[in-house]
Every structure is written in structure tokens, then in C-alpha cells.
Design a protein around this ligand. Structure first.
Ligand code: HEM
Length: 152
């Protein structure tokens, strides 16, 4: 199979008849002007992750979740009001709403990569906006599945 001839007037047509090879370059992915980076919410951001205490890595959290220990603190899932959520606004009893679901994040407190203080900003409140502004890529459904206590 042969290639079609280069279009008249192009540099390829003027020289060998073959399309020129791209200049050798080192690859930066994603490129600085790439759509991937432009769409990324982390582009150019300073990270604010904290050093988690030993035994509080994401793997440790996954282990705790599958241990069978009760992380919800409620008997069954219910429809809840913001008044009820607001009562749980302390470090040792902390609920928050993320995208219409109410989570008991008390046990997650020491596992949160952004630290306890950051998580407490949404204690007893609807933290959906803060959550989306900080890390829209985080899969809350997956991380806090065992902490779900109800729905708004
Ligand atoms: C709504 C209140 C919350 C605030 C203000 C907050 C704040 C933060 C901050 C400042 C960081 C560090 C981000 C960085 O430096 O890139 C962080 C990381 C993180 N947070 Fe939160 N957070 C909140 C809720 C949550 C919840 C409910 C979860 C549970 C799913 C969560 C999971 C994570 C994870 C997994 C990271 C690490 C993200 C990464 O490495 O890209 N956060 N958070």
C-alpha cells in the first residue's frame, strides 16, 4: 500500500516527498496547554494533605470498613432533617451531608488526608459545596459507604 502524494506547496512536497518526522522532544504528560490539565481541578494548586498518624492510611481505612465494626452508629438508614444533622457537630460525634446523603464521619476523622480541622468545617452541616470545591474527584460514596446514616 502506498501513501497518497503530499499536497502541493507543503514542505513535505518540496523535499523528499515524505512527511517530516516530528522534532525529537521529551514528553511531558499532560502537556502544559493540554485539555487534560485545563479540565483538572488540581491544576496549579498547592496541596494541603496532612501526615496521617501510623495506622491511618487509606488501606487501614479500607481494613476497618471491612472489619464488620459499626461505623454508622445507627440501627437503620432514615430520612433526616438538617436539624438532626446539626446536633452531630463535634469531633467525637460528627455527621455531615454530602450530595444529599448523611454520613457519620466520626471514625473517618483521623483518616481524612486533609486533616481533622478541614473535615470539621462541615461538621453538622451540608458540606457538598466545600467538598466539591476541595476535591470533586474524591469518590465519597466509595470511601464512606459504611458510614452512611441516612438521606436528606
Ligand atoms: C466537606 C468538608 C471537607 C473539607 C473542607 C475537606 C478538605 C480537604 C483538603 C483541604 C484536602 C487536601 C487537598 C489537597 O491538598 O489536595 C483533602 C483531601 C482529601 N479529602 Fe477531604 N475535605 C472534606 C471532606 C471530605 C470527605 C467527606 C471525604 C470522604 C470521602 C474526604 C476525602 C478526602 C480525600 C480522599 C482526600 C485526598 C485527596 C487526594 O489525595 O487527591 N474529604 N480534603
Amino acid at each position: 500500500m502506498s501513501l497518497p502524494p503530499p499536497r502541493e506547496g507543503t514542505s513535505a512536497a518540496r523535499s523528499t516527498g515524505l512527511a517530516p518526522l516530528p522534532k525529537p522532544t521529551s514528553f511531558n504528560f499532560p502537556a502544559r496547554n493540554s485539555p487534560q490539565l485545563a479540565a483538572s481541578t488540581t491544576a496549579g494548586r498547592v496541596r494541603h494533605k496532612v501526615a496521617l498518624a501510623p495506622g491511618h492510611s487509606p488501606m487501614d481505612w479500607a481494613r476497618l470498613k471491612s472489619s464488620g465494626e459499626d461505623l454508622r452508629g445507627v440501627q437503620q438508614l432514615r430520612r433526616l432533617t438538617m436539624e438532626e444533622v446539626a446536633k452531630h457537630n463535634k469531633r467525637d460525634d460528627c455527621w455531615m451531608v454530602i450530595y444529599g446523603k448523611v454520613y457519620n464521619v466520626t471514625r473517618y476523622m483521623n483518616f481524612h488526608p486533609g486533616g481533622r480541622g478541614q473535615l470539621m468545617r462541615a461538621a453538622g452541616k451540608d458540606g457538598s459545596k466545600l467538598f466539591a470545591e476541595t476535591h470533586s474527584w474524591v469518590n465519597v460514596d466509595m470511601i464512606l459507604d459504611q458510614c452512611l446514616v441516612g438521606f436528606l
